[in-house]
Design a protein around this ligand. Structure first.
Ligand SMILES: [Zn+2]
Length: 322
């Protein structure tokens, strides 16, 4: 470094060399160092990030983290769409498939049951986004459970559908007596004026009047659930359990041709017409139950079948082998 200075001497009309002392020169350097340090300090203070700048590894992790969060968000959206789709399947299952085969709806309380264990998602609490993660995982769990339940329901429907031909045998489709000029429906199912009490009440079956001793036939396959004398007014009564939610009741009988526990086929003679119990005349009081409630028997039978055809479908009591 050459820090010598040349100064013009006007008297001597020439330049003279003025050597700067060593001490002075060292001092100058110190000033430069101080200024440099100050500039550096100000620079680092203004740019706090200088020392806090992420390491390359940190930057990689941050990028990975961003990607994972957007993946979770995507999964969460997909979970929502899956839940919607599953909801449609459940609705069709409850409203269409199960009713076709006479199966009960699966209550929503069962379908929507989640996990009751509160500790199940506790491990997620230590993460950032804990609420979001918990919510996503909970939804996923519910979908998993619902999908499992739905597949079980389809299994059940499949089983019933495979037996649908059998099922037709258990639906009470036969008129309980052979139609003919002497056979009349004297009181249909529904509200009517009671012949004895003269008040409006609900008639829970169909009354079919005919000659005393007219054979009465099982209207579908089943098992005789009861043969009894009913004090309530039905008199001699036979009840048949058909399965698939159906049962039938035959009341005011003269007598029964079957015993409790006996298997019967559609058209088997089970009783004869009478007026036992609280009856105004000889008639059969016939009820159809579906899922423990009386329904209109007329919705099931065809009473316009001709007598010859009818007789080809039935078996008299003396021809039935127990
Ligand atoms: Zn009746």
């Amino acid at each position: 470094m050459n820090s010598d200075k040349y100064i013009f001497n006007s008297e001597k009309q020439r330049y003279e060399v003025h050597r700067t002392s060593l001490g002075r020169r060292v001092g100058d350097v110190g000033v430069y160092i101080l200024i440099g340090a100050a500039v550096f300090l100000i620079y680092t203070l203004l740019n706090g990030r200088l020392f806090a700048a992420p390491s390359p590894r940190q930057m990689v992790l941050e990028r990975q983290n961003d990607r994972l969060i957007s993946k979770i968000e995507y999964l969460s959206q997909r979970t929502g769409r899956q839940a919607d789709r599953l909801g449609e399947l459940e609705m069709r299952d409850n409203r269409v498939y199960r009713p076709i085969f006479g199966m009960d709806e699966i209550p929503s309380s069962v379908r929507n049951a989640g996990y009751s264990d509160p500790g199940r998602y506790a491990a997620l609490a230590k993460f950032g986004n804990a609420d979001f993660l918990t919510q996503t995982l909970r939804r996923q769990d519910i979908i998993e459970k619902k999908a499992y339940l739905q597949s079980r329901s389809y299994d059940d429907v499949e089983k019933v559908a495979a037996n649908v031909e059998d099922m037709a045998k258990y639906i009470p489709t036969l008129f309980p007596v052979c139609p003919g000029p002497a056979i009349n429906i004297t009181s249909p199912f529904g509200y009517r004026l009671h012949p004895i009490f003269q008040s409006v009440f609900f008639h829970s079956g169909t009354d079919i009047a005919g000659p005393r001793g007219t054979p009465i036939y099982a209207t579908a396959d089943g098992v005789v659930a009861d043969v009894k004398y009913s004090d309530g007014g039905y008199g001699n009564e036979v009840d048949i359990e058909h399965g698939f939610g159906y049962s039938t009741r035959y009341a005011h009988l003269l007598g029964a041709n079957v015993v409790r526990g006996q298997k019967v086929h559609r058209g088997d003679q089970i009783a004869t017409m009478g007026s036992s119990g609280r009856a105004t005349g000889v008639h059969l009081h016939y009820e159809v139950f579906y899922k423990d409630a009386q329904v209109n028997p007329a919705n099931y039978y065809d009473k316009n079948v001709d007598p010859k055809t009818y007789m080809s479908l039935v078996t008299p009591a003396d021809k039935i082998h127990r």
